[in-house]
Design a protein around this ligand. Structure first.
Ligand SMILES: [Fe+2]
Length: 438
């Protein structure tokens, strides 16, 4: 039976002509959350393919369903492909949420509502222990870690997910239909906890437009660089791609540098460091790696080392610089997992021989880009440099918990080995900031 369409039998024709009514595409899909960086708030983002209102109805778990409502707006995203497909990206900010309380919500409008999802509002105190799942390089095809992440997220193992660049492979492909499909896939995790992102090289088409429009990160840079606080940590997300896709503007390098310098100066102020002692960065392409694919990080003078704000092969002159005061640097891009000893300017600064991660005198680097994608795994060179502590090429992802002002725990999950934890470390810092390096 035809549900849509009208047959008109024209007198001069023997064949019926169908006058199709265009399908109504206002059903919300691709629902995902992000934290706007303002306490007691949460951003809900979704997509429709026709114009519709932007509303979220929500309520406390166990209370009356949808007793509250917030309105937002939509932005039209025209993909750069030949079809110039048009997407409506809806954004609604929920505010005055009660930290630590769980809310049930759906989004859409009177013309169509999403499924029901739930989230827990982030605790606004610096005195709690946020739990993260983090990874990079997860694609629409072969997203091997996703099933495990779905279950773990939905049973409440994580407060935040960090996706450290390279989505879908690639979001712009097939006139951005791959982006749609990927965002549908990750709804199963991203609709439940804030899904915080940074751009990778696979987002580069049409000036990163799929990335810039589809995600809703704090600040006013369309997610290219931003920072936010959670528990005892200050998290900085930045774009390594400004150094590689310079056709989109050399000024981005300068703007990001100036912003990062200011952000680090501010977060390093003693009063801020007291409440948020951990400074953690995330960016897509690593400064160091021991892979065998000739990527930038395999080179002695990698572009990331030369051009990033962490410049220098000589650590001493920068001991007093803000750049050296980052505790932990999270990277992806290499489809492997690698844990580095505390390193700065190619030199290892372990806390001690027995306890290298207790009071280290340089940032610790983690590369975790093995979530799974169509490009499969990467390999390693046989003899890594001194700064490489542990390497593994299984598909998987990283768990991290910032326990308190002195202790941070991190472990690597192998999906290939049915969720086995194949590496773990405690990073212990009794002091943060410049005093920690002296
Ligand atoms: Fe990449």
């Amino acid at each position: 039976m035809l549900s849509v369409g009208v047959f008109l039998f024209l007198s001069y024709s023997t064949a019926p002509v169908v006058l199709g009514v265009p399908p109504i595409k206002i059903q919300p899909e691709q629902v995902h959350l992000s934290y706007p960086g303002v306490y007691g708030s949460m951003m809900v983002t979704w997509t429709t393919f026709d114009e519709a209102d932007s509303m979220v109805e929500y309520g406390l778990l166990g209370g009356k369903l949808f007793e509250m409502m917030a309105k937002g707006s939509s932005t039209i995203f025209v993909d750069g492909g030949s079809e110039k497909r048009k997407l409506f990206i809806h954004r609604v900010t929920l505010s005055a949420l009660r930290p630590g309380f769980t809310y049930v919500y759906h989004c859409g409008s009177g013309a169509g509502w999403s499924d029901i999802f739930y989230f827990t509002a982030l605790n606004e105190s610096s005195d709690w222990s946020p739990r993260f799942a983090l990874f990079g390089d997860m694609g629409n095809e072969n997203p091997q870690s996703l099933a495990r992440l779905q279950k773990e997220t939905q049973v409440g193992m994580y407060d935040v997910i960090l996706h450290i660049g390279d989505f879908a492979y690639d979001m712009d492909e097939d006139n951005a239909r791959i982006g749609d499909e990927f965002m549908r896939q990750v709804e199963s995790i991203a609709a439940y906890v804030p899904y915080m992102t940074c751009p990778g090289n696979h987002e580069n088409s049409y000036n990163f437009s799929n990335y810039r429009y589809r995600f809703s990160m704090p600040g006013d840079t369309e997610g290219l660089w931003y920072s936010w606080n959670v528990g005892p940590a200050h998290l900085i997300s930045f774009s390594t791609e400004v150094y590689f896709y310079t056709d989109y503007g050399l000024d981005l390098i300068v703007k990001q540098y100036e912003w990062l310098k200011k952000d680090l100066e501010e977060s390093n102020k003693p009063e801020n460091r007291k409440s948020r002692p951990w400074i953690i960065t995330m960016g897509h392409r690593p400064m160091y790696c021991s892979n065998n694919d000739h990527d930038d990080c395999t080179k002695f003078e990698s572009l990331m080392l030369l051009l990033s704000p962490h410049i220098t092969k000589l650590p001493q002159p920068l001991l007093n610089a803000n750049f050296a005061r980052v505790d932990l640097e999270l990277w992806a891009h290499e489809h492997t997992y690698e844990r580095l000893w505390p390193v700065y300017g190619f030199m290892v600064y372990n806390g001690s021989r027995e306890e290298p991660y207790v009071n280290p005198k340089a940032p610790v680097h983690i590369i975790t880009g093995s979530a799974g994608c169509r490009e499969k795994h990467d390999g390693f060179i046989p003899d890594p440099r001194d700064w490489s502590a542990f390497r593994n090429s299984d598909y998987g992802y990283t768990r991290m918990q910032v326990f308190n002002s002195t202790h941070l725990y991190l472990e690597q999950v192998s999906d290939d080995q049915n969720g086995k934890v194949i590496d773990s470390m405690w990073l212990v810092k009794e002091q943060h900031g410049v005093v920690a390096w002296v």
